[in-house]
Design a protein. Structure first.
Length: 318
């Protein structure tokens, strides 16, 4: 993997390796590295050199922060139907495995782009432009998803992020010292309250149930929280802070336009990270091969229209 800073796009292409090129953006407070493969984050460091992003140890989870499009999580039998035809798609869609093009790059801003191609059309029959923009503002990294429907028909999709963060963030602390503190404007679930999405053993949606956060809208972390896989919540406030009462460094994720939040690490493990995942929609319902045009909760984008969704990672020194 080659690191590229302020190079021309011709130089970039010459330096790309099997994992694509690596771009770095920075300001006085943060330094962020992004892969063109999947447009995924691979480093978020503060001015002291502390790494906040999970570094992909395959003993626990080889990924770091995949971007999810045009589907969130799993499809029943890995397939769906649309307009009477059947299509196959891998977990979390194809962007995570696609090479994106650097459209614009500055000192503190990077714009990456993917357009439909033979590979995408085989599994998703739409002409589209997908962009992910990273912008540094002070101690925050803004992540902007932008989708343009270049087709003559309505396109249906889900979109989201899957960043993992080191836990603990500081020496001398344990995983169990950390908590997730929810704040901000409360999102809307269909039932008007905080609920957990229920999954089958194969991780397909079976329903929802009320979910009570602790006093002060807090979820204390412990490894066995994830023994039944991810905790997916809806109706929670649109901001959550990963913090330790005895610690001085924290991460706040703000996701005002996302209806769901996933919280995860590898089940039945002592994995030293937690994923905080803003999602627009859910995976397939258990036992149902979804029709993309009628699956509840997907974004419906009309011909020629543009969809934009911005969420944010803020690094905090307490």
């Amino acid at each position: 993997m080659k690191e590229i800073e302020n190079r021309s796009f011709d130089e970039e292409r010459a330096l790309c390796g099997s994992d694509g090129a690596l771009y770095t953006i920075r300001n006085e407070q943060l330094c962020v590295a992004v892969r063109t493969l999947g447009g995924s984050l691979c480093s978020v460091k503060d001015q002291e050199g502390t790494e906040y992003l999970w570094q992909g140890d395959p003993a626990y989870w080889k990924d770091q922060a995949p971007n999810l499009f045009p589907y969130i999580a799993r499809m029943t039998e890995g397939r769906y139907t649309l307009d009477g035809r059947e299509y196959h798609m891998d977990i979390h869609g194809f962007v995570k495995d696609s090479e994106l093009t650097a459209a614009e790059c500055g000192e503190s801003r990077l714009l990456l782009r993917l357009t439909d191609n033979e590979k995408t059309l085989a599994q998703y029959p739409y002409h589209f432009t997908y962009e992910i923009e990273y912008r540094l503002e002070g101690n925050s990294l803004e992540v902007v998803y932008r989708v343009v429907n270049e087709d003559e028909k309505t396109m249906y999709f889900g979109i989201g992020g899957h960043p993992g963060f080191h836990v603990p963030l500081e020496d001398g602390l344990r995983f169990e010292d950390y908590e997730l503190l929810f704040a901000g404007t409360k999102g809307e679930s269909s039932e008007g309250e905080t609920r957990r999405v229920l999954f089958s053993p194969a991780c397909f949606v079976t329903g929802t149930e009320p979910y009570a956060l602790g006093e002060g809208c807090v979820l204390p972390l412990r490894h066995d929280l994830f023994d039944d896989d991810a905790i997916i919540l809806t109706g929670v406030p649109g901001q959550v802070c990963l913090q330790a009462k005895k610690g001085h460094k924290a991460v706040r994720v703000t996701y005002p336009q996302m209806r769901y939040l996933g919280i995860w690490h590898r089940p039945h493990s002592d994995a030293p990270y937690v994923c905080i995942e803003p999602w627009s929609s859910l995976p397939s319902r258990d036992g149902i091969v979804e029709d993309l045009a009628s699956q509840p909760g997907l974004i419906a984008l009309g011909a020629g229209e543009t969809y934009e969704n911005c969420w944010e990672i803020e690094i905090i020194h307490k």
